[in-house]
Structures are given as C-alpha cells and as structure tokens.
Design a protein around this ligand. Structure first.
Ligand SMILES: *Cc1c(COP(=O)(O)O)cnc(C)c1O
Length: 484
C-alpha cells in the first residue's frame, strides 16, 4: 500500500486552489487584518485544488466504516442506519431552530420530543422518559441520581449498588460517581446472575441492582422476575442497562419484568451512526413512582399546547443544556415510525438469528466459555488458538486483512481472551458467510502458519500501533521534517 503523504508534504510555495482576478478597485489591506488573516501559521500548506481533492478522498477511503464492510463490534450495535433518517433530520426547518427559542415558537419540535418519549415508553414498558442524557453512561448517572433521590426521600438512603461481573465498565463508574460503593455479583456457569450470590448480597444497605439484559455475553437473564423479586422485597430498586435493546425491541418490555429505571442508547438501537465520539443519546425511562425525580424541564401536553415544566420540586435538576441532542432524537423517531411495530420486532428477530448463525458456524473452531443459547451477540475466546501462541488480538488484526473490522476484544472480563461478535440485523447471509469463512481461514492459519497471524495486519495502511501511545499522545500537528 502506498503511503499517503501529509498535506504539508504536498505543499509547494505559491500553489493555490484558485486565484482571484486582478482588482479593478483600489486595494485595501486593513479590512481583514486581525480577524481572518492567518499569517501566523508556520508552514501552512500550499496546494492545488486537485491535490486537496485527491488527498482527502484517498484519506477518506482508508477509513473503515459500516458503509464499506462488516463491522461486528459487540456491545456496540454497529448496524447500518437507513439514510432516510439522516434526510429527515437534515431538514432546514430543524437546523435553523434556535436552542433558546421559547416553547410557543417550537411547538412542532416539542411534539417530536413528546411523541418519541411516548413511543419509547411503549417499547420498553416504562411510564415516563427523559431524553436529555447525551450517552448511555450519562443515562446511567441520571438513573442512579433518581434512585438516590427516591431512597433519600423514603428516609432510607442506602450506600451499596450491586453489579454483575459481566457488566460494562460504565455501570460501576456511574454508581461510584453517584456516591455508591459497588459490590460485584458473580455469574454462574451459565453466564447469568447467580441467584444465590444475589440472595446473599441483597440486604438493607443495597440501593439497587444494575443489570444488563441480555447481558454482555448476549445471554438473556431468564430469571429476571425472580431477580426483581429479591431486589424489591428488600427495598432496593432495579436498574437496567438497555444497551442491548436491539435484541429485545418489539419482543420484550423490561418494564413488564420489574425494571424501575432503564437507559437506552439511541446511537446503538435507534439509528444514529456512532464512533468518533458522538453525538449520541441515552434517554432514561422510569416507572410512575420515580417520575417526580426526572430531570427538568419535563415536556408536557396541555390544552394550550406543549409546555416545558421546570417546576418539579423533587427533580434531580438539569443534566445538560438546552433540550438534548435533538437531531439524534429526530432520527430515532423517524426510524421507529418507518419500521413500525412489526418492523421493530423483525429487527430483534433477525439480529438474534444472525448471531446464532455465526455462533453455530464457528463453534468447535473457537472456544465458547458459555455455551448457552445467545440473543444478538456471542462471545468466543482464543483458548484453542492460544495453544499455538495466537491471541485474540492477533485474530482481530488478521481479520483486517480479510476486509472485516475487528470484533470487540477482551470484554466481558469474565471471558479471558474474549472475541465478542455482534452481527446485527442488517447483514445479509452472504456477508455473514464471508465473515465466517474468514474466521475459519484464520483458525486454520493459526495452526499452520501462526506467525502470519501473529504479525497481521499485512495489507492495511498502518500495521501494529503502540495503542497506548497512539491514544495518549496522538500526533495531530505537523512539526516540520523529523528523523524517523
Ligand atoms: C455502550 C454501552 C454502555 C455505555 O454507553 P455509551 O453510550 O457508550 O455511554 C453501557 N453499557 C453497555 C452494555 C454498553 O454496551
């Protein structure tokens, strides 16, 4: 592969994209002075138009994305999001609204938000929603703050939150930021919450259990009603991390199974492309008893139209400025309405089917620590390949040579050498087969040519990076020629 030079390296003095015609009026040098003239940038690249176009087009093609290939990153739901939702969200009418516009001037926008809240309540079986949080993690914090407010008002503030050992790292950190001490609950040999451990840990100091269902192994917590029973009988509340809602939409409502608070990740389940840091959205749904603690403002429908109610004495307060990541919410609403109830159900069914197809096709070649039926994702490990000195990272890197994005690695922590694969509903059988064939080929290579896998990728733009250094000290600015 040819190395794409930096734009600074393409630079040659005096090159321009275009030249202005000669002035036919007197020149004035003072109008831009101090505002837009950028003399101070040393070595500012000078290139022609076609060089700019080619440079950035080539760079754009080195980007891996769901528009070009399969992206099986587990726990992230990297599905294809229909363009029509982007089109709807990009309408000038939304874009030109000012975020500080008074409610009476943005009735349509408020109707969009209220409609989405109601639909999310219907989909999840919750009674009320806030759309404010900008991500799953912020939704968790919002949810935990409401739980704390509720228990404090009951005169029973508690100090512990129980979290299964398979949970996403944001769960313990959200509970911790909210002032709770985290106690870990062990998973049983089936990969689900061990009821005996839960029973022992659940006492009058425990504020809540944070559960993920299906959990991060893709396994449904089928004892959810007993789990909810144990937590509720002893005065705790049940929080559900809804990041895996793609496996449930249209099929199962957490609110019907005793969940008191849950967050969704609209950028996972409801049509917002993600990666690169957002914007995202992590709405939080609550049961009636907790609705009084929702962040302000709350959108209400009155006889005079939609209003923003800031007068909620028990509210935990605002969790972000303005309304929310509004355009993400429009995309979610467009997605839900365009699929309809039946379409959403199919999303869950096909994503589960696709994941099971992969699991069944690769079992025997890759180790499955928990060989239970899975929903939308499955977690293999590198146990068989490790015997030849090939680790999960090598397998992930080798997949790049086969044109596939690496799956999620080394998570959940209870599976050593994990390879977590989430195909989502948008992949065709043909694309799944291509992936399966690549995984089979790599399993064979790990036996016959382990060195080839260990040194992968061989075809990509950059090879093995020092990942810590690349993340901590990214080089974003050209500092002039340097020795390699
Ligand atoms: C993605 C994810 C989160 C965190 O959500 P963000 O939107 O990235 O903040 C929490 N829990 C699980 C299970 C997840 O997959």
């Amino acid at each position: 592969m040819i190395r794409e030079p930096l734009i600074f390296e393409l630079s040659a003095k005096g090159k321009r994209a275009f030249f202005f015609p000669t002035l036919d009026v007197p020149e004035r040098k003072d109008c831009l002075a101090g505002i837009s003239l950028r003399h101070e940038i040393q070595g500012f690249p000078e290139v022609s138009e076609i060089e700019i176009v080619r440079h950035f087009t080539r760079l754009s093609q080195t980007n891996f994305c769901v528009d070009t290939s399969f992206y099986p990153l587990g726990s992230c739901t990297m599905k294809y999001n229909p363009r029509v939702n982007e089109r709807v969200a990009a309408r000038e009418a939304w874009l030109s609204c000012h975020p500080s516009a008074p409610a009476e001037l943005v009735q349509g926008n408020l109707e969009v938000l209220k409609t989405l809240e109601d639909l999310l309540s219907e989909i999840t079986g919750m009674d009320a929603f806030t759309l404010q949080p900008s991500a799953g993690a912020q939704g968790e914090l919002t949810g935990m703050l409401m739980i704390r407010a509720c228990l404090q008002e009951r005169g029973d503030p508690r100090e512990v939150v129980l979290i299964p050992d398979s949970a996403h790292g944001t769960n313990p950190s959200s509970a911790h930021i909210c002032g709770y001490r985290v106690v870990e609950i062990k998973s049983n040999e089936k990969g689900t919450i061990d009821l005996t451990s839960l029973d022992q840990a659940m006492n009058d100091r425990v504020a809540a259990l944070m559960i993920t269902n299906p959990n991060t192994l893709g396994i449904f917590e089928s004892e959810i009603d007993r789990i909810a029973g144990i937590v509720h009988e002893r005065g705790g509340l049940l929080y559900m991390d809804g990041a895996n809602m793609n496996a449930l939409v249209g099929k199962f409502r957490p609110g019907d199974m005793g969940v008191d608070v849950l967050h969704l990740n609209l950028h996972k389940t409801f049509s917002t492309p993600h990666g690169g840091g957002g914007p995202g959205s992590g709405p939080v749904g609550v049961k009636k008893e907790l609705a009084c603690y929702l962040p302000v403002p709350v959108i209400e429908k009155t006889s005079a139209g939609y209003t923003l109610n800031f007068d909620l004495p028990k509210s935990i307060g605002r969790v972000r400025s303005f309304y929310a990541n509004f355009l993400v919410l429009i995309k979610a609403l467009a997605y839900i309405l365009s699929l309809g109830g039946e379409g959403l159900k199919e999303v869950a069914e096909v994503s589960v089917l696709n994941s099971n197809y992969i699991r069944k096709s690769l079992e025997g070649l890759y180790h499955l620590k928990y060989d239970a039926p899975t929903l939308h994702e499955c977690v293999f490990s590198d146990k068989f390949q490790k015997e030849r000195g090939v680790a999960n990272i090598d397998i992930a890197k080798r997949l790049i040579d086969y044109g596939v994005h690496p799956p999620t690695m080394s998570f959940p922590l209870i599976v050593p050498g994990a390879l977590m694969i989430e195909p989502t509903e948008t992949e065709s059988k043909r694309d799944l087969d291509t992936f399966i064939e690549a995984m089979k080929a790599i399993a064979k290579e790990a036996i016959e040519k382990p060195e080839l896998v260990r040194t992968a990728p061989h075809t990509s733009y950059v090879k093995r990076l020092d990942e810590t250094k690349a993340a901590r000290y990214p080089v974003l600015r050209w500092e002039g020629e340097k020795e390699e």
